[in-house]
Design a protein around this ligand. Sequence first.
Ligand code: PMV
Length: 339
Amino acid sequence: MITVTATPNIAFIKYWGNRNQELRLPAADSLSMTLDAPTVEVTAEFADTLTIDSFDENGNRRTLKDREIARFGKHLELVQRYLSILDARDAIRQSIAFTIHSNIPPAIGLASSAALFSGVAKAYAELLKEQGLQLSDEQISVIARLGSGSAARSVMGGFVVLKAGQGEDIASAKAIQIAPASHWPLHDIVICPSLKEKEHGSTEGHHLAHTSPHFAERLCQMPRRQQECIDAILQRDFEKLQRVAEEDARNLHLVAQTSTPPLQYLTNATHRILFEITALRESERFPVLYTMDAGPTVHLVCTDDAVKTVKEFAHAQKDCTVFETKVGNGARIKNPVMI
Ligand code: PMV
């Protein structure tokens, strides 16, 4: 039995749309910062049948929806397919029993599935290690991606790229760390206006991306944005990071809103928060950037210099739940045995 802890990530250049939906092979590269909180804990052991026991932050049992259970089944099937390419088909002979304790509200734009499937992938890797199969972080990121594309990036800490690659090979898209957490101590103050689960998950959003008239243009812009973002991070240039991350976030929501059917993740509360933070930033001139994933949640990323002001701003928002997070180290074994 093995227990790992994992965390969400926040994308500066967002993954949206697949070239292969079943294998979650992305249409373009993406880039994120792995966070240190909130955490999900995944315990896994070999078992005769696939079981998933899930608990929320208060220890209450969560009843999983049929599609959530089916997603784990599909994931296991894809993991087996990947293992057969690695000549290790027999490494998982039966099935797995998972126990999940999550401190992350699901489906609000806080990357709960990224944290979950990076934890699941790390747990698979530890079980496979017991069977004599040692996987690299990049290989673990492939396993994570098969459950949730953005989960590939949460396997590693710091600043991580998901390389889309080319072709239909199951392992052709994988994550690569471009800088560790120690490179740039950024914070992400997360403001959730609502903890109500969204109606349309990102899996559906990826599926519909191609129906937006703005998607082709998005794909044209992605290589430039990705390179600008990599440069901004390597140079620790916050202004450059702000420009490109906000451009990409706005563009993702343009694509979502113009898909058929349209996906409206942002709410009035999101727009009010964005209006207020940009006005405050203009008047007081401090380094903060905003970005939103597939939900109304606003992520305010900032440097040490600005974090006090940003936290005060976040906690002053009425009827919102706030998570104070910073750059983190990625999925890891809980309480490893020291030798
Ligand atoms: O990993 P998925 O399928 O939940 O997609 C994540 C999509 C975004 O969060 C909106 C963007 C990203 O890159 O994290």
